[in-house]
Design a protein around this ligand. Structure first.
Ligand code: HSE
Length: 322
């Protein structure tokens, strides 16, 4: 059995999900992978909140030195969110020789080359499967088994909160505000849900995909983006009359040597493969010139599905390190 010590930065929705998933499946992971994954430290100032998990108080720290200065910690799992502070912590982790796992699409989209390049230069692994599509393995295949392809186009429903809202408005006729609150309560939304409904979260994810799929660096703020705040029940009913549904879709396609991308609510005929992607489910359609059409589908938001991707990255690193 190989011991792998992780430090979790941020015990919010996703951090709590990772802790729960490890409590639920740690023994199973050990038996299937030979890795005994231990949460050695949790960097978090809110130590009193009832999260429905049993955390020894000694695990909590607010001292970065307890994480980056501890040679026993192998992997830093960054789940704080936001850009600047989270990015600085990831750089510190890399400088300390720690491998990094993150779900932070905002930080990655803002500093993609800097983070990936610095980690590579330092000889440590940076993994970010949970940053796009929650529990769906997307980054892994794109960076390994699909590398033989040149891509032509992609279309994705990659924000669980907005997909949940649009689904409930469509199927249950419930008002936007009520359903948004429900999505927040279920742990799908960002700390500031305006990032979800205005499309910023999706722009972060599309920015990451543009780098991986088309090798093109596009800042999220440069992606033409329309969110769902302007969608009314009348729009939903009109779509229904036309045998369509409204979905918030990220699109990108190759153009010459480059690629173009945009985000907007789209009317999809009910027969379209993406039209039946409902609730917090996400899907990514992508077309490669060798593999042809591919669809990835699964839960794109929520603590446990996201924890599945985070822990998958931890396991990958755990297996790779001596
Ligand atoms: N707020 C995000 C969403 C979380 O709703 O998709 C997962 O990235």
């Amino acid at each position: 059995m190989k011991n792998v010590n992780i430090a979790i930065l941020g015990l919010g929705n996703i951090g709590t999900g990772v802790y729960k998933a490890l409590a639920m499946n740690g023994a199973h992971i050990a038996s299937t992978t030979g890795l005994d994954i231990t949460v050695a430290k949790i960097f978090e100032k809110d130590t009193d909140r009832d999260r429905g998990i049993d955390v020894a108080p000694s695990l909590f720290t607010q001292d970065e030195g307890d994480i980056f200065g501890d040679p026993a910690i192998d992997i830093v799992v960054e789940l704080i969110g936001g850009v600047d502070f989270a990015t600085s912590l990831m750089f510190k982790a890399v400088a300390a020789g720690k491998h990094v796992v993150t779900a932070n699409k905002a930080a990655l989209a803002a500093n993609f080359e800097q983070l990936t390049g610095t980690a590579e230069g330092a000889g440590v692994m940076l993994r970010y499967e949970a940053s796009v599509g929650g529990g769906i393995p997307i980054i892994g295949p794109l960076t390994t088994s699909l590398l033989a392809n040149r891509y032509e186009e992609l279309m994705g429903i990659l924000n669980g909160t907005t997909n949940y809202i649009l689904t409930k408005m469509t199927q249950e006729g419930r008002p936007y505000g009520e359903v948004l609150q429900e999505a927040q309560a279920k742990g799908f939304a960002e700390a500031d849900p305006s990032g979800d409904v205005e499309g910023e979260d999706l722009a972060n994810k599309l920015s990451i995909l543009m780098s991986l799929v088309f090798g093109k660096r596009v800042l999220p703020s440069d992606i033409p983006t329309t969110g769902i705040t302007g969608i009314t029940m009348d729009d939903i009913r009109d779509a229904e009359k036309a045998d369509c549904v409204i979905k918030l879709v990220a699109s990108a396609f190759r153009q010459g040597d480059g690629a173009e991308c945009f985000i907007q609510p789209v009317l999809l005929n009910k027969g379209h493969p993406l039209a039946s992607v409902n609730d917090e489910y996400n899907a990514l359609y992508i077309k490669g010139n060798a593999v042809d059409d591919l669809m990835f589908y699964g839960k794109g938001a929520g603590p446990l599905p996201t924890a599945s991707a985070v822990l998958g990255d931890v396991i990958e690193i755990g297996r790779a390190i001596g």
